[in-house]
Design a protein around this ligand. Structure first.
Ligand code: URA
Length: 433
């Protein structure tokens, strides 16, 4: 294999063979290919893209670069869900228990959050005692007992992605649709679930800033998943506005618990019911309508809340917070933000809110940063609501040493209020597959 030839072919838009791609990925993991040649190839991909066939070959070569998770010890059909990351996205904490309560296992390995989007592992670890690093055999045992478990990624899973992602991060080659697709799908395929539901976020708080790119990524990921032998579908969902009312780890755990108790039926509930229904459809539980009813019943009957409780308990977490949020909601500083005028909220930008939450201490600026689990933002009003001058819009919450006044001042400047009611925004923009 000649790396110079491979770079040159991609630069000229000539399709690589699956064998060439595999040799390249294996050679890079073994350090036979230097970073400067791999960087040149990644940049060529950014300009010339890859065909579907090449993307599948890249994904499979990356998947096979390390260990594969063996889920054969799980007795029911398994469904994995992946979100491309958003602000206030706590759907995994809700739909995992809902789908498990309907008899389908949801084994999930997740990462920690970085930047303005939160990570599911951080949310779980904000529950006192809850561990996410547990031995693999225990993970399988938990799933067989409750149907749901989320743990930190362990083992030597997709080492090619770790190396390639680090290189993409410093060579301005992250935002390529085939590279994002192969990065996400190699990890999903290595995870080994029978079915995969992809939630591709679109908007200011997401990787994909417009509908066209989000739909292209969703279509490519579904085609790769299906060609790799999985039942797979995707939904493209709105991330121009934050998902739900809570942003920040503890606050999001509380909001997820409220949904599981059936106390909140807003936009987050709606998305969770749709995602759960599609996961159940993939698992062969019935038509979309039948599966949506199953998901709703799992909430109404309390079964989903019970799965959540048992799952947290199995991972060592203290579940007393379910009946007493004060146990975990212990922030030392709160700052309310009020509307400067009368009118409808027409802009409440996800990315701005995510970054404010990060500044309050809720997220990591670098992989090594520590997190203030109590920190975040509670939205009292949402996009489309009518507010009066002086009415409370949100509360900033923290226990960290940060300039809360400065954060509040910058946030208020970015919220747009108009006398005209804005158009409603559907949470699901498109389904693929
Ligand atoms: N998430 C991933 O895991 N990889 C990407 O390339 C982008 C988002």
């Amino acid at each position: 294999m000649n790396m110079y030839e491979i770079i040159s072919k991609t630069k000229r838009g000539i399709e690589l063979t699956a064998e060439e791609i595999k040799l390249m990925v294996d050679g890079y993991v073994k350090k036979e290919i230097p970073d400067y040649q791999m960087s040149a190839w990644l940049m060529a991909v950014c300009f010339k893209s890859l065909t579907q066939k090449e993307t599948l070959a890249l994904t499979e070569a990356m998947r096979d670069s390390g260990d594969l998770v063996d889920l054969t010890g799980i007795s029911t059909v398994t469904v994995d869900k992946h979100s491309t990351g958003g602000v206030g996205d706590k759907t995994s904490l809700i739909i995992g228990p809902v789908v498990a309560a309907c008899g389908v296992s949801v084994p999930k390995m997740s990462g920690k959050g970085l930047g303005h989007t939160g990570g599911t592992i951080d949310k779980l670890e904000s529950i006192p005692g809850c561990k996410t690093q547990i031995p693999f055999e225990q993970f399988i045992d938990h799933i067989n007992k409750t149907g749901f478990s989320i743990v930190s990624q362990s083992g030597n899973l997709v080492p090619a992605d770790k190396l390639l992602y680090a290189l993409r991060d410093v060579t301005a080659t992250v935002d390529s649709i085939p590279l994002i697709c192969s990065s996400i799908m190699s990890k999903k395929l290595a995870m080994g679930a029978d079915c995969i539901l992809l939630d591709v976020k679109m908007g200011s708080g997401a990787f994909m800033k417009n509908t066209e790119d989000a739909c292209s990524l969703a279509e490519l990921m579904v085609s790769v998943g299906k060609n790799a032998g999985k039942k797979c579908m995707a939904v493209v969902t709105d991330m121009d506005i934050p998902l739900g009312k809570a942003i920040g780890n503890t606050l999001e755990v509380i909001e997820a618990t409220e949904i599981l108790k059936g106390n909140d039926k807003g936009r987050l509930y709606e998305l969770c019911m749709e995602l759960s229904a599609y996961m159940l459809v993939l698992a062969g539980k019935g038509t979309k309508d039948e599966c949506r009813k199953l998901a709703q019943e799992a909430i109404v009957s309390g079964k989903a809340l019970e799965v959540f409780k048992r799952s947290v308990m199995q991972q060592g977490g203290d579940t007393a917070f379910i009946d007493d949020y004060g146990m975990i909601d212990k922030a030392t500083l709160r700052r309310e933000v009020y509307s400067l005028s009368d009118g409808y909220i027409v802009k409440m930008d996800s990315e701005v809110i995510g970054r404010a939450s990060l500044a309050l201490g809720a997220g990591r600026v670098t992989k090594e940063s520590s997190i203030d689990y109590t920190a975040g933002i509670m939205l009292e009003k949402e996009y489309g609501d009518y507010v009066k001058k002086g009415e409370k819009l949100m509360t900033l919450i923290t226990s960290s040493d940060c300039d809360i006044e400065d954060i509040a001042g910058k946030l208020i400047e970015t919220i747009e209020i108009s006398e005209n009611k804005p158009q409603e925004r559907p949470v699901i923009i498109k389904t693929v597959g």
